[in-house]
Design a protein around this ligand. Structure first.
Ligand code: SF4
Length: 429
């Protein structure tokens, strides 16, 4: 059922077969997610400022891997035990940084951006903005609401790969006011040039949409940012109509595993309160409403059998959504901490399948301006893996044309609403 593959470990044998050629930027991103990145002591001093405090999938080091077709943002694991066996070592070199593969001797130049100054700056209520939201690539991620209710001590139905219950209230403040969020969003837009804010929350016992509504409403009105929502799915699908009317630009649905045993065993709360089918229904409904490429289905690769992950990709792309595939990271402190990380060869297969599926079904990717996600291999990153066929060339052209055509639409959509400007400068709650 759930694969626990053996992983070769040992300081003298790096977990990388000898390669004939360097990896392309997407392959490097995948391999870094699978093996992690060591940082030598001297370099660690230099990158301390870039290491963000957020736990969970964003606990690693944010890197930018330059590429001919596009640059890639990746949050490389640095903290977990498996990282000690990685062949990848970060070194400072002539004012820049390189990732050295000590198994093959290939060197990959990377960029590391400093943590934004505004992280330390307080909101008008005195909360450091970095505790309200964090950049994860070029977008702002904000957890709203109290700790996910699956983490309630009496029941403990939390997902086994998750550390949210350990982080909210520690690395992030528990109670974020609407005004904290609006001020942070506005600052991130002005100073870091973000275009997109992604709200997520765990299970909130049916109050999820009620809780998210004021945040969405105020951020859309006051900042004009594109807004994504990642909440547990609702059985009453008409609730999505209200959110679409408010201006939500994107929904994502984390069903995590296609394999039903894996879903039941590793997501006990989702199994007990929602069931996998509820995720599919909400994903299909919103995708039909918003159109192709506006909704995503989020899954974890590297735990369930490969064929189930490929089936999940089919299920997502069949309804016009795009896959958001996280490479499993055995986070410190989570119940699956001792699981081995996935293997590169399998993960490369997953992402090649993902991009081929997007190409076959003409799912638009990378259309919205400046949204780079460091926690996952985005479909646009996976274009590096697309076979050089006529159909993949036509798909690239299709996305380029669409992106250009949509520019004025996004410009209009991202205007803060002027008539409410004065009001938007007032505390929203
Ligand atoms: S729903 Fe699962 S993954 Fe999401 S916060 Fe709750 S326990 Fe974590």
């Amino acid at each position: 059922m759930i694969s626990q593959h053996a992983s070769s470990r040992g300081p003298s044998s790096f977990n990388n077969p000898r390669q004939a050629a360097p990896l392309n930027p997407c392959e490097l991103e995948i391999d870094l997610f699978c093996k992690g990145l060591r940082i030598d002591k001297a370099t660690r001093q230099k990158v301390r400022q870039a290491q963000r405090t957020r736990a969970g999938l964003g606990s690693g080091l944010e890197l930018i891997i330059p590429g001919s077709f596009k640059d890639i943002w990746a949050n490389a694991p640095t903290e977990e035990e498996f990282v000690q066996h990685s062949p990848y070592l970060l070194r400072q070199k002539r004012g820049g940084f390189v990732v050295l593969d000590q198994a093959s001797d290939f060197r990959y130049p990377v960029r590391i951006e400093a943590v934004p100054d505004w992280y330390e700056r307080p909101t008008s209520r005195g909360v450091p903005m970095g505790q309200v939201g964090n950049l994860q690539g070029t977008y702002l991620g904000i957890y709203i609401g109290p700790v996910c209710r699956y983490w309630v001590e009496e029941t403990m139905l939390n997902c086994k790969f998750c550390t949210t219950g350990l982080n909210v209230g520690t690395n992030e403040i528990t109670k974020k006011s609407v005004n904290d969020v609006v001020e942070t969003c506005r600052t991130a837009r002005e100073e870091s040039g973000i275009t997109f804010v992604h709200f997520n929350s765990g299970f909130q016992e049916g109050r999820d949409f009620q809780m998210a509504r004021p945040f969405v409403e105020a951020v859309k009105r006051s900042t004009g940012l594109l807004v994504g929502l990642q909440l547990v799915p609702q059985r009453d699908l008409s609730l999505y109509d209200d959110m679409i009317d408010l201006g939500v630009d994107h929904f994502s649905f984390c069903f995590e595993f296609m394999n039903q045993d894996a879903f039941r065993e590793l997501c006990p709360g989702k199994e007990a309160t929602l069931g996998q089918e509820t995720f599919f229904q909400a994903m299909e409904y919103t995708s039909a409403k918003l159109g192709k490429g506006r909704v995503s289905g989020e899954i974890i690769a590297g735990v369930e059998p490969l064929e189930d992950t490929l089936r999940a990709i089919d299920r997502i792309t069949d309804c016009g959504a795009f896959p958001t595939v996280c490479i499993f990271r055995p986070l410190k402190g989570c119940a699956m901490e001792d699981y081995p990380p996935p293997r590169y060869v399998q993960m490369r297969q997953v992402f090649q399948y993902m991009i081929e599926s997007c190409i076959r079904k003409r799912i638009p990717i990378g259309i919205a301006p400046n949204i780079e996600v460091s926690l996952v291999v985005q479909p646009a990153d996976a274009l590096y893996l697309a076979p050089p066929t006529l159909s993949s060339a036509a798909y690239r052209l299709y996305n380029r044309v669409l992106k250009t055509a949509m520019r004025p639409v996004f410009r209009r959509r991202m205007q803060p609403r002027k008539e409410n400007d004065n009001e938007s400068r007032q505390p929203a709650n």
